[in-house]
Write a protein that binds this ligand. Structure first.
Ligand code: PEP
Ligand code: MG
Length: 540
């Protein structure tokens, strides 16, 4: 068995044979032409044919992947009619007296390089598009455009990379999954794979070899892994995983778009927890109403040095934009305790869970905190972002946070950098202290989110990391439930909303209890959104 790791673009498990995508081979040579007008005419005829092929592809994509995604083929038509692009090709033919193939290939390379060197990830992704449309014109010029890729049985399509047009042209009923050596998760192929609900893994690199053609494989789109010639154990595990995924998808079919409402009409928001931009796909796929907890510290954990303001800004902006107006609650960094980062240079502690962590770091190292807050207030321009603070134990901490926010806003204003002034602020209720003073805290903030993982740890005085204590770590403990109830009553007494973002929110045995407490939101892992919705709809 070969195991190859890449980057997941769309979850799901595909089991089947690999078909390596073969392209029509063509060699582009530079040759001298005498009749320039005839060559220009040849180019324009090829370009017109390419445009009409793209029109047909657009119509096919409309049926397969819907209007928003089919639009790429309209953009491709526009790219072919782009005056700069046409002028470049015509100039090369005229000034160098060369064949149209050479002029198109040269222009495609130049434009692709220009896009690839841009800072913006979206524009970089357009390099693949300009190459794709140019390949189409070249195929027509070289007379190799008629071959359609035939697949006789459903298979995992492997390729060095797949252009959007190649992806759409494939017979969808025969594609179990996509596995490519290269590609970016912003590419339209990745977007199309997501929309077509097909497991896809990109960036598998040179380990993905054409010699795998015809071999049995398992593609795990959740972890971004391709198993070629899987052993029996892997195959059995993956079959089980696939079945679970299919059950989840069946649930989705049944519950997508439905309200989180009990039989008697009580409503509750069901949001999802994420640690990364790449989780947003799963949030949307599972029809969550928003993001109830974005653990921003993962950005710090994945980096070898402090993520810059711009790096953070682009991540938060992307999440907010992808969620298209739905609520995105971003928790400021919760480093320390079990989440250690070398470059923070934190001392070793006797009791890290009771130590220098989360808001305590932010308030004593404001330069780190301010960088994150600047990124958050800037990104809030692009969607419905709320900010939440972890490990709060006092009202004074909220005052200190607000003072730092005021400084950040004043600085952004002075620098003329756009930001949103009014951002909803909340605190995590995850210490007994925060529960006991929740009435006062509720006066200061817009919402509460209960972190039951830590609240259980601190209420029961049990290290959540110590597996020896698992039998004692009881999140159903009446003390924990009483804490949640008290926080809910105090939030509501001040007209504020309250949710749960710890693991307990997904505990279906407690859903009814949480509804009785009047909680306004439960934020759970994306895969639990629909089972929770099902449970809510069963409650009286
Ligand atoms: C919690 O403590 O319940 C929580 C959601 O935060 P984390 O698990 O990241 O500490
Ligand atoms: Mg916590």
């Amino acid at each position: 068995m070969f195991t190859i790791s890449g980057k997941s673009v769309f979850g799901g498990v595909a089991i089947g044979r690999i078909t390596f995508y073969k392209r029509n081979q063509k060699v582009i040579k530079r040759s001298h032409v005498d009749d320039i007008d005839a060559e220009l005419k040849r180019f324009h005829e090829a370009k017109d044919k390419a445009v009409s092929q793209l029109k047909e592809l657009h119509d096919k994509a409309l049926d397969d992947v819907g209007e928003a995604n089919a639009m790429i083929f309209e953009i491709h038509q526009m790219m072919l009619e782009d005056l700069d692009y046409l002028e470049s090709i015509e100039n090369i033919i005229r000034s160098q007296q060369v064949n149209a193939e050479f002029a198109v290939a040269t222009t495609a390379d130049n434009f692709a390089q220009m896009f690839a060197s841009m800072d913006d990830a979206y524009m970089q992704g357009r390099a693949a598009d300009v190459k794709d449309v140019s390949e189409r014109v070249l195929d027509i010029l070289c007379g190799v455009d008629e071959g359609v890729h035939e697949m006789t049985e459903p298979c995992i399509v492997a390729a060095d990379d797949l252009a959007p047009s190649e992806t759409v042209q494939l017979d969808k009923s025969k594609v179990l999954g996509f596995a490519t050596m290269h590609g970016s998760s912003n590419s339209h192929t990745a977007i199309l794979a997501r929309t077509m609900n097909i497991p896809a893994v990109i960036g598998l690199g040179e380990d993905l070899q054409p010699s795998f053609d015809g071999k049995m494989a398992v593609l795990d789109g959740f972890t971004g892994t391709l198993y070629v010639d899987p052993d029996e154990e892997t195959l059995a595990q993956m079959q089980e995983k696939r079945q679970k995924d299919l059950d989840q998808k069946a649930l989705l079919e049944q519950l997508k778009g439905k309200d989180n409402v009990t039989k008697s009409g009580q409503r509750i928001n069901v949001y999802a927890n994420i640690g990364n931009v790449s989780d947003v796909g799963a949030v949307l796929k599972n029809d969550a109403g928003g993001i109830g907890l974005f653990r921003s510290e993962f950005l710090y954990l994945e980096n070898s040095t402090f993520p810059t303001e711009d790096q953070q800004f682009s991540v938060y902006k992307q999440v907010a934009e992808n969620m298209a107006g739905k609520k995105v609650i971003i928790r400021t960094l919760d480093i320390g305790a079990d989440k250690q980062v070398d470059y923070f240079g934190l001392d070793k502690e006797e009791n890290p869970a009771l130590g220098y962590r989360a808001i305590r770091i932010c308030l004593t190292r404001p330069e780190i905190f301010k960088t994150q807050l600047r990124a958050l207030y800037r990104a809030a321009m692009y969607g419905n972002i709320s900010i939440m603070f972890p490990m709060i134990i006092s009202v004074d901490e909220i005052h200190r946070i607000k003072a730092i926010i005021a400084e950040v806003k004043a600085e952004l204003k002075e620098e003329g950098i756009p930001f949103r002034d009014e951002v909803e602020l909340g605190v995590m209720i995850e210490t007994p202290a925060s529960v006991m003073i929740s009435r006062d805290l509720a006066k200061e903030v817009d919402f509460f989110s209960v972190g039951t993982n830590d609240l259980t740890q601190y209420t029961l005085a049990i290290d959540r990391q110590n597996s020896k204590l698992d039998e004692f770590y009881d999140p159903h403990h009446p003390a924990v439930l009483a804490m949640i109830r008290m926080a809910a009553e105090n939030a509501h007494a001040e007209g504020k909303w309250i949710g749960i973002c710890g693991e307990l929110g997904a505990d279906l045995e407690l859903t009814e209890e949480f509804l009785k407490m009047g909680l306004d939101e439960l934020s759970v892992s994306p895969s639990m959104v629909l089972p929770l919705r099902k449970r809510i709809r069963e409650c009286e």
